[in-house]
Write a new protein. Structure first.
Length: 253
């Protein structure tokens, strides 16, 4: 695959990039010429495989471990990136987990774990990136939210709350940093073929498909294509504070 040039000389951090949507995003940004930080929480083998794949494309990448819900680990992550490449131009806040169960059965630790990673992690990484981007007077931040943050979903009170929080956070930060040429947007995937949706089971999966006008689950590469546009395309320079759904039509406002 030939490396494009729209992100040549740029550095991109993708959290949760060892698999699923994050992996596809890392590959898409590398294809645009970016130097990519493949962040992972625990699977160094999977992250190293992504780095190797990017190397085969002719771009550069490094794998860095960090639990982005932990402030000290986020600080260490960004410090390592600055020491390596000296800048951060694109941040994709993708890392996320689910701990699904009905509200009355949900333990507080399951609530807190999802909020900590899916929402607090976005806060910590965006704050760290913003400090650098404000000095550079440029940057693009893309937060991965979800359609369940807009419409809710039984059994996902914690996940829905976190993803709705990401939407409000995105709009506020976009207003705060716009004067310095930084854009902040969110993408809201619907049901995408990842490990997360694989756990639905055939019966639930069939019921979900009935609610999707396009009649299929999306693919990680499709989400990565949208994120790549927001990160790299000159036309995206005038888009900020937006939530763009990529969901097969499941949410139509």
């Amino acid at each position: 695959m030939a490396v494009a040039s729209r992100l040549a000389g740029k550095v991109a951090i993708v959290t949760g990039a060892s698999r699923g949507i994050g992996r596809s995003v890392a590959l898409a940004l590398a294809a645009e010429g970016a130097k990519v930080v493949v962040n992972y929480a625990s699977s160094s083998q999977a992250a190293d495989a992504v780095v190797a794949e990017i190397g085969q494309m002719g771009s550069e990448a490094i794998a860095l471990q960090a639990d982005v819900s932990q402030s000290a680990q986020v600080d260490a992550l960004f410090e390592a990136v600055i020491q390596k490449w000296g800048q951060v131009d694109v941040l994709v806040n993708n890392a996320g987990i689910t701990r699904d169960t009905l509200l009355l059965r949900m333990k507080q630790e399951d609530w807190q774990a999802v909020i900590d990673l899916n929402l607090t992690g976005v806060f910590l990484c965006t704050k760290a990136a913003s400090k650098l981007m404000l000095k550079q007077r440029s940057g693009r931040i893309i937060n991965v939210t979800s359609v369940v943050g807009e419409m809710g979903n039984p059994g996902q009170a914690n996940y829905s709350a976190a993803k709705a929080g990401v939407i409000g956070f995105t709009k506020t930060v976009a207003k705060e940093v716009a004067s310095r040429g930084i854009t902040v947007n969110a993408v809201a995937p619907g049901f995408i073929t990842t490990d997360m949706t694989a756990g639905l089971g055939d019966k639930i999966g069939e019921e979900v498909l009935k609610t999707i006008p396009l009649g299929r689950f999306g693919h990680p590469e499709e989400v990565a294509g949208l994120i790549g546009f927001l990160a790299a395309d000159p036309a995206a320079a005038y888009i900020t504070g937006q939530v763009i759904n990529i969901d097969g039509g499941i949410v139509m406002a």
